[in-house]
Every structure is written in C-alpha cells, then in structure tokens.
Design a protein around this ligand. Structure first.
Ligand code: NAD
Length: 495
C-alpha cells in the first residue's frame, strides 16, 4: 500500500501528525494507499516555505514565468496517460473521461502562458502637466487552493497556474479522497523548472483547511466543493481578512422546448446526466420538459440508457465507472428510494445493476413525474440520477430554475432563437448553454455560478482569475523642471 505524502519546498514530506486517511480504488473497493493528513504545524511549514519563495518569485521576469509555463504544458501533455490512469484508479472515472478532464485543465495552463499580456497595465502620458499615470497589477503573496474529489486534476489546474503566473506562491490542499493526481500534476510543474517552494501540496481534512483559513500569511483562498463547506470557507476566510472565492454545489436544469430536436436533446441529456457517474458540478440533474417534450424524450432517453456500458474505468469498453465511496453510492441509491416513495415514476432503476466484485457501482436512474418538493429535486444528489419535471410552459420552466437555491449551469434546447435569447437574458445562473448541456466556459472566459453555487464575487480562471490573484496599484509620476519648484498646500489638481 502506498503512502501519499505532502510536497513542500520541492520535496516529499511525511508531516508530523501521524494521521492518515484511506485512499481506495472505487472499482474494486480495495484500499490502495494512505494519505498523510496535515497538522496545523505542517500547514505552517508549507506556508512559511511558500512565503520564503515569494520573495524571489514575485520578481521573476514575465519571460521566465511564461517559459516555465510553456514547458509545463508540454510535460502535462506528455504525461497525460499516466495522470489519467491515476485519476481512474482513485476517482473511478473512465480513462477517456480522465483524459478529457486533464485536457480542460491544460487549457488553463495554455491561457496562463500568455501572462505577459494578461498583467499589462495602462499608461496615460501627460495626465496633468509633466505628470504621467500608469497602473500595475501585483501578486498578493501566498495563496491557497482547496479542491474537491470530482476533478482531482482539473480544478487544481483552474487555480495554481494562474496564481503562480501572476507571481504568487501557492499551497494546494487537494481532496483527501483521491490525492495522487493533484500531487503528480504539482511535481511536474517542478520538473518544468518552477523553483522549489513556489507550489506546495498539503493533504488533509478540515484541520488543514481551517489552518489555511486562519493563517495570517495566506492572502487569498480559492475553494471548490459543496455548498455548506463553501459557505464555511467564505465566512471564516473573509473574517480573517482574506480574499475568498468559494464555488459550491449545483442542481443544473436543462429545459427542452417542444420544438427542439428530440434526438439531439436525448443524447445531450444522457451524456450530461450520467457522464462521470453524475459526479460533475455541471452535470444535468433535472430535465424540465415543456408540454409535449416529456412524452417525446422519456422513451428516447430510456432507449439510450439500455446501451450504456458501466464497469471499471480502466476497461476501455466502460462508458461510466463507479461512485467515489460506498457511503456515497448508498446515499445516491437512497434518493431513488425516496423518489419512488414520494410518488415519482422510476422509469429506469439503477439500483438493479450488479457488477462483480466490491466496487462502488450504481446503475443509472431515470425518474419521471418529479415535483419540486421531492428530495430528488431539492437536494444535490451528485450521482447518476436524472429527474424529469414536466411543466406546461416556458415561463414555468424558467421560474423553476430561478426559484432554485443554486445557479451554476442552465441549458435550453430549442430551434427558436428568440426563445433562446429570452432564456439567456432571464435565467439566474452563471453559465448558460443553448443546445449545449454542459456549458463549461473555455479558459479565456471565467467559470462560476450564481446564488448558492458561488460565495464571493470572483469567478475561477480566465480574466477573473488574473484579477483575483493580483491587486492593483496606480503610479502617478512627475519629473519636474527644477525651475518650476515651489510649495503649494492646496489639494493636487490637474492642470
Ligand atoms: P466537499 O465540500 O466535501 O470537499 C471539498 C474540499 O473541502 C475538500 O478538499 C475537503 O477536504 C474539504 N472539506 C470537507 N469537509 C470540510 C470541513 N468540514 N471543513 C473544512 N474543509 C472541509 O466536496 P466534495 O464532495 O469533495 O466535492 C463535491 C462537491 O463539490 C459537490 O457539491 C459539487 O457540486 C462541488 N463542486 C463544485 C464545483 C463548482 O465549480 N461549483 C466544481 C466541482 C465540484
């Protein structure tokens, strides 16, 4: 059984806590490793190391930073199969999906390669007589990232490439459930030439997270995870005077209008609901069928589900793998029980699937006639369960989304451009898809939801990422002619 250590100052560190968490292969149910869980003093060591590295990294030239990022991009690409294999072995997602996750993380590294352009300031010559004004964006210092289990490589890559490109140093606290991919991705940055101490990884649980939130040398925190923890991180981090962006959970709705291409909509619903076993914050979990769309879609989705291949992620034939833990699998299954008990129609019952061995497999479920007070609708299930809510009108469909507590992604399927345009204007969600079920923005836009899906006002990566990891400074400079000297006690005015 392997031990997964912290990575501090460019080398592995066992830490001091003597506490470890289990790491399991969800496809077999076997424990394959143990991960060190950091103590407060381990976090102090990582932050102190990052603080020391900041003194020189903040002055590394933009050319040097982008050269390292370009080299990092190549290394990630060259090692993509190895990283995807790590992802599959601890998260469970199928290899092709793991490669897709990494590709979306790589996009952010590619964006960060353009850092010289991204932190350019403005310059105003002769703002006043002999006075020039210009703006700078400077790094904050040590910043921290706390990430969820469901994208063990991509979500860290949303954060540290941009933070580090901006001149900060970083402490990453990945999910303790599947920590190896994040660690490997961090090590590769070192192999690309990043100086030791600029990027550090501490593994752990609430102890490590709270130590980062309370540490006076941590200037900003990026968090991605569930809504209750996002709220905790936001309150505790901001109370300690930090910048915090905390991305939370989701319940993403896909509206299908009766004029939509029903085959395209059914393909999209199946892909977006069951890909990665529904453990995506942008998964579609509610299909809102307007008018006649419900009777068209439910049989089409049922037919497609029958052909899905569920099995271990390292089997190239599998399209969907297991869930992350046994407890989570059982919790997801209990929502199907609850839906049936509340009177919804279980059209396809994932509880019936059986896969050999002790893996955490659950088949996909399709539940029709779901109503908004049922727990299958109100809760984030985070598993392969798609609820169908039938409504009579477009207005009712949008009303449902807008009264939901979350607002991460929302999609509409229609052939009517006017309806799509009205939807993008009215819907209360941060990321909107038009005939696109999982509208994850490309890396040069930013990722973030509304309402309980995001605490703070800054979205992840893209231009908002650069803004979050830097602070502005404006320089007003004057090189006067000695002949113009004199004292003036009045408030400076422009002349
Ligand atoms: P989680 O909230 O349980 O864990 C996220 C991180 O918080 C982990 O690093 C974990 O160690 C830490 N943590 C857990 N409990 C804590 C506590 N009590 N105090 C302090 N820190 C704690 O989330 P998860 O189960 O790993 O991930 C799934 C959730 O993440 C889902 O709700 C999903 O929607 C959400 N998510 C959101 C986005 C987004 O962009 N909005 C992206 C991915 C995942």
């Amino acid at each position: 059984m392997k031990t997964i250590n912290h990575w501090i100052g460019g080398k592995p560190s066992e830490g001091t806590s003597g506490r470890f968490g289990p790491v399991t292969n969800p496809a077999t149910g076997e424990q394959t490793g143990q991960v060190a869980l950091a103590s407060v003093s381990d976090v102090d060591t990582a932050v102190a190391t990052a603080k020391e590295a900041f003194a020189s990294w903040r002055n590394a030239s933009l050319a040097k930073r982008s050269q390292i990022l370009f080299a990092y991009r190549e290394l990630l690409h060259a090692n993509r199969d190895e990283i995807a294999t790590l992802l599959t072995s601890e998260h469970g997602k199928v290899h092709s999906d793991a490669l897709g996750e990494l590709a979306r993380g790589l996009e952010v590294v590619e964006f960060a390669c353009g850092i010289p352009h991204l932190v350019k300031g403005g310059y105003s010559e002769a703002a006043s007589s002999a006075v020039d004004v210009y703006s700078l964006r400077q790094p904050l210092g040590v910043v921290a990232g706390i990430t969820p289990f469901n994208f063990p490589a991509m979500v860290p890559l949303w954060m540290f490439p941009i933070a580090i490109a901006c001149g900060n140093t970083f402490v990453l606290k990945p999910s303790e459930k599947d920590p190896s991919a994040a660690l490997r991705v961090a090590e590769l940055f070192g192999e690309a030439g990043l100086p030791a101490g600029v990027l550090n990884v501490v593994h752990g649980d609430a102890t490590a997270v709270n130590a980062l939130l309370d540490h006076s040398d941590v200037k900003a925190v990026s968090f991605v995870g569930s809504t209750p923890i996002a709220q905790h991180v936001y309150s505790r981090g901001t109370a300690a005077g930090k910048r915090v962006q905390a991305l939370g959970g989701a319940k993403n709705h896909m509206i299908v209008l009766p004029d939509a291409d029903m085959d395209l909509a059914a393909d999209a619903a199946v892909s977006a609901a069951y890909g990665s076993a529904g453990e995506r914050c942008m998964a579609v979990s509610v299909l809102v069928a307007v008018g006649a769309a419900g009777d068209e879609l439910v049989p089409r989705i049922t037919e497609r589900i029958a052909n899905l291949r569920i099995g271990p992620g390292d089997d190239p034939k599998s399209e969907m793998g297991p869930l992350i833990t046994r407890e989570h699998r059982d919790k997801v299954a209990s929502y199907v029980d609850a839906g049936a008990a509340a009177g919804a129609t279980v059209v396809v019952d994932g509880r019936e699937l059986s896969v050999d061995g002790d893996g955490f497999f659950l088949g996909v479920s399709l539940i029709d006639n779901v109503t908004p007070e049922m727990s299958v609708y109100t809760d984030e299930i985070f598993g392969p369960v798609l609820s169908v809510v039938r409504v009579d009108s477009y207005d009712e469909a949008v009303g449902l989304i807008n009264s939901n507590q979350w607002g991460n992604g929302a999609a509409i399927f229609t052939r009517d451009g006017g309806a799509a345009r009205k939807f993008q204007n009215e819907v209360e969600a941060g990321m909107v898809g038009v005939n696109v079920p999982i509208p994850v923005p490309v890396s040069y836009y930013s990722f973030g939801g509304w309402k309980a899906s995001l605490f703070g006002d800054s979205h992840a990566y893209g231009p908002e990422g650069v803004h979050f990891y830097t602070r502005g400074k404006v320089v007003t400079s004057r090189w006067p002619n000695p002949a113009d000297r004199g004292i003036d006690l009045g408030f400076p005015q422009n002349r």
